[in-house]
Design a protein around this ligand. Structure first.
Ligand code: NAP
Length: 248
């Protein structure tokens, strides 16, 4: 047990982008920030350094959220070391975009496995600890695509719509025991996930955003922090749209 940890936060996909900003936002003295990532070349060192700089206690691990075995081991480490899970942010996600008629079975399966099954795997294990504690905050990162649909993203949009159904169900099942579950639906956020878009495609998207700019990972992290705060104690089963007005 790491004795100076007073609060434990778990963030999936914390090595970069939105997940990394969430890890940094939650980092504070006495907070254990556990995060994971999956690529063999990722170390998670940048995230760990940012957490430490804010006084938090970081631990990054290579774990595939879609693997029940790996996720079970990951949460065992968290619980062995800290004895609790206060906040779970299901953020890990991938895209394999192509139009429906060209979409291969593998493109479909890979995205559903990581985005939707990964969220289920982590939520199920964390929920057990949260129920015992009679406290927990589950925050799932869905997407504007999950509510509005998006050409070329049938797999991704379906996975993100599934996350919304999962969130609302978990909110109903766990609410009576002090556990809330909410989703954040980001719009267009500048990260590696969107870096493949041409500047023309990006500026076409930005032209549809009333606030006139792409979102930043910090725009999402701030809302995650709010949903885990005391101010959000009476909010559960909701989807919070953070998209600059792109979808209302
Ligand atoms: P990103 O920069 O590509 O980061 C994705 C993160 O997920 C990385 O840390 C990655 O780690 C991790 N990851 C991928 N597969 C994983 C797996 N199987 N197990 C564990 N970790 C895994 O993407 P992002 O833009 O920050 O996206 C974060 C979340 O926001 C995703 O759920 C995404 O769908 C959602 N979102 C993003 C946008 C946007 O515009 N960017 C909009 C709406 C929703 P490694 O690569 O190091 O393995």
């Amino acid at each position: 047990m790491i004795s100076d940890i007073k609060r434990t936060i778990v963030v999936t996909g914390g090595s970069k982008g939105i997940g990394r900003a969430i890890c940094k936002a939650f980092a504070a003295p006495g907070v254990g920030v556990y995060f994971n990532f999956n690529s063999p070349e990722t170390t998670g060192q940048d995230t760990a350094e940012e957490i430490s700089a804010a006084g938090g206690i970081p631990k990054g691990m290579r774990v595939d959220v879609a693997s029940e075995t790996e996720i079970t081991d990951f949460f065992k480490t968290v619980l062995d070391e800290t004895g609790r899970i206060d906040v779970l942010v299901n953020n890990a996600g991938i895209t394999k975009d192509t139009l429906l008629l060209r979409m291969k079975e593998k493109d479909w399966d890979d995205v559903i496995r990581v985005n939707l099954k990964g969220t289920f795997n982590c939520t199920k294990i964390a929920a057990k600890a949260m129920l015992k504690q009679r406290y927990g905050r589950i925050i799932n990162i869905t997407s504007i695509a999950g509510v509005a649909g998006n050409p070329g993203q049938a797999n991704y949009a379906a996975s993100k719509a599934g996350i919304i159904g999962l969130t609302k169900t978990v909110a109903k099942e766990l609410g009576s025991r002090g556990v809330t579950a909410n989703a954040i639906a980001p719009g267009f956020i500048r990260t590696d996930m969107t870096a493949g878009l041409s500047e023309k495609a990006a500026s076409d998207i930005i032209a549809q955003i009333p606030l006139g700019r792409a979102g930043t990972p910090e725009d999402i992290a701030g809302v995650a922090l709010f949903l885990a705060s005391k101010s959000a104690d009476y909010i559960t089963g909701q989807v919070i749209h953070v998209n600059g007005g792109m979808y209302t």
